[in-house]
Design a protein around this ligand. Structure first.
Ligand code: CO8
Length: 257
């Protein structure tokens, strides 16, 4: 598939996806969604790819869902088309992916960044859920994921006032994994993605499943789930290889089997 609104490059075992609607600060419209679903699906099924980075431009990761696309929609249009429901396909990606955020990550842009396994922020990043200023609310998980990430007080304050949080505050609050200089964002994200891509692929998928389970299960259920996956990995060739490689003092040579 050739894309209009995103760029996709393979860099070794890492897929780099760049949002590319500079005229609209990467606002997320239906075409962006369709193209991201395709690109993430292709990544998930490509045996040569083991980590993905989603990034934007220096000025904006994404300034939100496309307001001009939504402006004239009524309830029946939104409800019958289940507008933007396809984002669940992006969050269903089984392999690891990172959001590398510079500039504005607002509304749907902040929500997409929070769908990633984690966020690496440039020191220029600004996060916010300003939908209240448009007479609406977050609609792609922001009220939930922001609350999980930064707690009720800050999430409520941000969603009610629409104010932006800078990169330093985002790091302090646990919204982002780390902050790097803006002119090294993609390079730093690539280093992290390459490190992840060098790990045992099935263990990476299992890690995602168990960390994400922490948001859906009780502690006891989550610990049982973790243990079952841990036990299950002992049925893989990569477990034998990983532990043998440690004993033989060499890097693992993974088979994803
Ligand atoms: N949608 C459409 N176009 C946009 C958007 C957007 N979200 N953001 C910016 N643009 C466009 C502008 O209209 C402008 O286009 P034009 O040149 O044709 O007028 C161009 O991008 C450049 O923008 P600005 O001139 O405004 O640039 P500034 O540097 O002055 O300001 C800001 C940058 C502060 C980021 C400003 O553009 C802004 O406030 N943007 C809107 C931010 C916002 O409100 N985002 C939330 C949108 S609503 C949302 O995301 C809901 C998600 C849930 C959907 C769920 C559906 C089920």
């Amino acid at each position: 598939m050739s894309y209009e609104t995103i760029l996709v490059e393979k860099k070794g075992a890492v897929t780099l996806v760049t949002l590319n609607r500079p005229q609209a600060l990467n606002a997320l419209n239906s075409t962006v969604l369709k193209e991201l679903i395709d690109a993430f699906g292709a990544y998930d099924s490509d045996q040569s790819q083991h980590c993905l980075i989603l990034t934007g431009s220096e000025k904006a990761f994404a300034a939100g869902a496309d307001i001009k696309e939504m402006q004239s929609q009524g309830f029946a249009d939104m409800y019958s088309s289940n507008f933007f429901a396809g984002w669940e396909q992006v969050t269903a990606t089984r392999k690891p992916w990172i959001a590398a955020v510079a500039g504005y990550a607002l509304g749907g842009g902040c929500e997409v960044a929070m769908m990633a396994d984690f966020i690496i922020a440039a020191d220029s990043a600004k996060f916010g859920q300003p939908e209240i200023k448009l007479g609406v609310t977050p609609g792609m998980g922001g009220s939930q994921r922001l609350t999980w990430a930064v707690g009720k007080a800050k999430a409520m304050e941000m969603c009610l006032t629409g104010r932006m949080m800078d990169a330093a505050e985002a790091e302090r609050s646990g919204l982002v994994a780390k902050v790097v200089p803006a002119d090294h964002l993609v390079e730093e994200a690539l280093k992290t993605a390459e490190a992840i891509a060098g790990m045992a692929p099935l263990a990476a998928i299992a890690t995602k499943e168990m960390v994400n389970a922490a948001f859906e299960m009780s502690l006891a259920q989550g610990i049982r789930f973790e243990r079952r996956l841990f036990h299950g990995l002992f049925g893989t060739e990569d477990q034998k290889e990983g532990m043998t490689a440690f004993v033989e003092k060499r890097p693992g040579n993974w088979k994803a089997r």
